[in-house]
Design a protein around this ligand. Sequence first.
Ligand code: AMP
Length: 282
Amino acid sequence: MQTENTIQSVRDILKPTRGAGRIIGLVPTMGALHIGHISLIQAAKEQTDFVVVSIFVNPTQFGPLEDFDNYPRPIDKDIQICEQNGVDLVFAPSVNEMYPAKNITWVEVEKLTEPLCGRSRPGHFRGVATVCTKLFNIVQPDIAFFGQKDAQQAVVIKRMVADLNMPLKIVVCPTVREADGLAVSSRNKYLSQEERKDAPLIYQSLSSAEKLIKSGQRQPEKIIEEVKTVIGRSNLLQIEYIEIVDAETLERITRLSGRILIAVAVKFGSARLIDNILVDAS
Ligand code: AMP
């Protein structure tokens, strides 16, 4: 496995690889790798011939009061995890390598970035779309792999790729969870012991909602109420949003039908966690 920090060296390595007709897979990450990221690497290994993992904590997707400075950066451990999981190339650039000058060119996906996390994180998806575009231009992958954990991100990136005719496919992999249902996240490290104990309520609330839908409930307000009740069993959790939206347009729905996304964002003190489930309500 090779680890590179510069755009030029990644291009130099990938040119002959592409020339030899090998299918290139990219797994974009911010590092602090866990089993969720590993599941994307495994999917990339199954579906492509040469797997690139990018590790870059992207400053342009963090708001001024967010955790950019404190975000975990265990780079040596990350490289070891990539090596153990059969990654071919790690691209771990510095901020200066990715943004040598103040960035003035942005990729802005409209509409899909307004609801859900877009409301409390202005500029977040602009940063995500821009850095993914840069990574796609640097690596030129045939397939890029994203997690359903960040459902809105996956929808935004898919739409960006379609709208801008980017020559790659986006594959979205299922959310990997701890045994108690908590979605695995680099930010789970921020939870205190007590908070960690209550954190599975997030997925429990989504599972209860799904059960309600399966038993015939089609009124979004009733389902949201159920999610609220389950999350409300902890007084450590503060709800930022609970929304039921169309899985593709991310528009709020008044009556459940087709593929819907139930998405929640909660705060535990300073830690902000998100989770979601896709439900077929047809
Ligand atoms: P991050 O490093 O948090 O930016 O995440 C990098 C990629 O890993 C994104 O596509 C995430 O959606 C995905 N990811 C993060 N956590 C999980 C998880 N628990 N299950 C599946 N994919 C995940």
